[in-house]
Design a protein around this ligand. Structure first.
Ligand SMILES: C[S@@+](CC[C@H](N)C(=O)[O-])C[C@H]1O[C@@H](n2cnc3c(N)ncnc32)[C@H](O)[C@@H]1O
Length: 222
């Protein structure tokens, strides 16, 4: 039986009276991240899937910036789904869909109650997911991206990465150790492994953007 996904809500404290969780990391990176997502998706329209939305704060932030895009936030953890919907209600935005249960390790991805059509997504976004999950989750994301992105669609990752097998800061070394002591299958991934995995699934490295606090935005194109 598959090990259950960790409940991110336990790390960041209780939800408020509306059911909204608030991740401290969201506030540190939201402006730079929103600017880059706005640049990458500003002249696109259609459906964008967020994988591992967690609290749901990123989805409503991006949706407010990009009204021509329909955002589909998702997560496999019930507490997270409740928070995503609470942020969606708070935002009042029509272009954020209700939170959908999605474990990307499942072979078929669904949005709400419909099966996702192959080559139907404009983009997929995974923020701070693949280092707090086994490597199989990254592989499954690429398999899904290869199947569900339209030609030219984008798979966007954000988080800390090693470059050429080396950490890029002492902070990332410490964070990697903390992740691995929590679960040996977790850990900061190597950028080159991500690129190789993308290519095995028909995705090309599109852009690599250094962000604040030793994070990196890694963008692939189908
Ligand atoms: C550290 S949280 C990041 C949440 C949010 N993206 C953020 O940056 O605030 C990692 C998220 O990945 C989700 N996750 C873990 N394994 C997953 C899987 N197999 N499929 C989809 N999401 C997964 C978790 O439920 C959690 O919400």
């Amino acid at each position: 039986m598959r090990k259950p996904v960790e409940n991110f809500a336990r790390d960041i404290g209780p939800a408020d009276t509306e059911g909204r969780l608030d991740a401290p990391s969201f506030h540190k990176n939201k402006d730079g991240l929103a600017a880059e997502i706005g640049r990458l998706l500003g002249d696109r329209s259609g459906d964008v899937l967020e994988i591992g939305s967690g609290t749901g704060q990123h989805a409503v932030t991006f949706a407010a910036l990009l009204p021509q895009i329909t955002f589909w936030p998702s997560d496999p953890v019930d507490d997270h789904l409740g928070s995503i919907d609470a942020w969606r209600r708070w935002s009042g935005l029509a272009n954020v869909k209700p939170a959908t249960h999605l474990d990307c390790l499942e072979p078929v991805w669904t949005l709400g109650n419909r099966e996702l059509h192959p080559q139907s997504l404009e983009a997929a976004i995974a923020i701070n997911v693949i280092h707090i999950a086994p490597w199989a989750v990254a592989e499954a994301m690429f398999a899904g991206a290869g199947k569900y992105l339209r030609p030219g669609g984008l798979m966007i990752f954000y988080g800390p990465y090693k470059k050429d097998g080396q950490h890029i800061s002492q902070g990332n070394i410490d964070f990697d150790q903390a992740l691995r002591s929590r679960n040996p299958a977790f850990g900061i991934r190597n950028l080159e492994d991500l690129v190789a995995c993308g290519m095995r699934n028909g995705l090309q490295r599109h852009e690599v953007i250094e962000m604040a606090a030793n994070n990196t935005l890694v963008v692939f194109a189908a």
